[in-house]
Each structure stands twice: as structure tokens, then as C-alpha cells.
Design a protein around this ligand. Structure first.
Ligand SMILES: *Cc1c(COP(=O)(O)O)cnc(C)c1O
Length: 212
């Protein structure tokens, strides 16, 4: 049951860590079940699906965009999104700033860093993060930290070193940029992510069951 999965999970993580329940592909009824158990942070990876769910679900849900975001779709989530984890280009950041301005709100963002060995993962290099942070003059974007995904592997040492590289960069910049969010860890690797300093985990299948 979703409720039991949630409470088991919450018992196993520190109070200081935020749990984002990743509800992509899951029906509204499942999200409502988690909501009724007290869950307020939900993660989706598709703009249309998030917007549709936000329309029918309670207003006090905090919506997290965790999937690759196209610039031409930012406008659909700009009015309500709570945190965009997947900022992977300057052009995307410019568009989020523009849409924040239009909606008269400051949009919270994380820079997604490519820490995995795999070719397929989206994300910035640490060098491009440096560039973005050095010329950060956005008025309607607030960068609150970083997001990263480890390689899909059973090699714990590799996952550990990937998480640690992100945590190290985070710690180096946290104070200066007043960051408060390091988003790393999913169903398979969240304990390791937390031990490496994660403040926010994104968990789907462990709460809602396997996706088709
Ligand atoms: C799907 C997804 C998750 C959750 O994955 P699970 O293995 O089901 O916990 C976390 N982060 C991102 C970016 C995802 O796309």
C-alpha cells in the first residue's frame, strides 16, 4: 500500500531530508492516496502530465519538475511549479527567467549536473555550472542548488564516487550562493545519496510500485 510504503520510507530517512514522491505515469488516485497520507511534494517528468494533475489535485501540493524540460514548454508550468530540478542549459534558464517575469514570480531551480558515466544522461558539466554561476543576473530565477543522477549500475563504489563529486561541488558553493538543496537519490540508491549529503531524494517505484 502506498501509505505504508511512504511511512516506511519516511522512517528510514532523516527529518532534515525532503522526500519528493515521483508520481510520473501514475494515476491521480495514487497521488491522492499519498496526499492523504500527508505527502505534499510530488515529482513529474512531463510538462503536460504535471499540468493536468495539478489542475485536479489540491492546490497546496508542491510540484517538482524532474525531467528534461524543453524551452517552449516552460510557460505551461511557470505559473505553479515549485522547483525545477532539471536545468541543463543557459538558454533554458533564460526562458525560465522570462516566464517567471511574466507570471510575476521567482522560480526556484536546481542546476542538473551530469555525474554519471553513461552518455545518455542530460546535465551540465561543472565548468558550465561555474559559468552560469559567475554571470547569474537573473531577477526571476533563484538557483537553490544542484541535482544529479548516478549511473544505473550495481557498482556501489562508482555510485558513491559520483554522488561524492556532486556533494563536493555543492559544499564548495553552498555558502556563497546561499544554496539549500542537493537533490540526489532514487529508489535504488537513496540511502547512499543521503550518506553522501543529499538533502532531497526523488523516490518513485518504492512508493507507488513499478512503472510499466
Ligand atoms: C523516475 C525518476 C526518479 C524516480 O525513480 P525510481 O527509481 O522509481 O525511484 C527520480 N529521478 C528522476 C529524474 C526520474 O526520472
Amino acid at each position: 500500500m502506498i501509505k505504508d510504503n511512504l511511512s516506511n520510507l519516511l522512517q528510514s530517512i532523516p527529518d532534515s531530508a525532503t522526500l519528493v514522491a515521483v508520481s510520473k505515469t501514475k494515476p491521480v488516485a495514487s497521488l491522492l492516496e499519498a496526499y492523504e497520507a500527508g505527502q505534499r511534494d510530488f515529482g513529474e517528468n512531463k510538462v503536460q502530465e504535471m499540468a493536468d494533475k495539478a489542475t485536479v489535485l489540491p492546490q497546496n501540493i508542491r510540484w517538482h519538475m524532474i525531467g528534461h524540460l524543453q524551452r517552449n514548454k516552460v510557460k505551461y508550468i511557470a505559473p505553479f511549479v515549485s522547483l525545477i530540478h532539471s536545468v541543463d542549459s543557459v538558454r533554458l534558464l533564460n526562458e525560465i527567467d522570462k516566464q517567471g517575469q511574466k507570471n510575476n514570480r521567482v522560480i526556484n531551480c536546481l542546476l542538473q549536473v551530469r555525474i554519471a558515466q553513461e552518455e545518455t544522461k542530460f546535465g551540465l558539466t561543472f565548468d558550465s555550472c561555474d559559468e552560469i554561476l559567475n554571470q547569474n543576473n537573473y531577477t526571476h530565477v533563484r538557483i537553490r542548488g544542484l541535482m544529479g543522477m548516478a549511473s544505473f549500475t550495481n557498482n556501489q563504489a562508482q555510485i558513491d564516487s559520483e554522488f561524492k563529486s556532486l556533494a563536493q561541488y555543492y559544499k564548495q558553493h553552498q555558502e556563497h550562493h546561499e544554496w539549500d538543496t542537493l537533490s540526489m537519490g532514487m529508489s535504488g540508491d537513496y540511502p547512499l545519496a543521503l550518506s553522501c549529503g543529499s538533502t532531497m531524494i526523488r523516490v518513485g517505484s518504492r512508493i507507488f510500485g513499478a512503472r510499466n
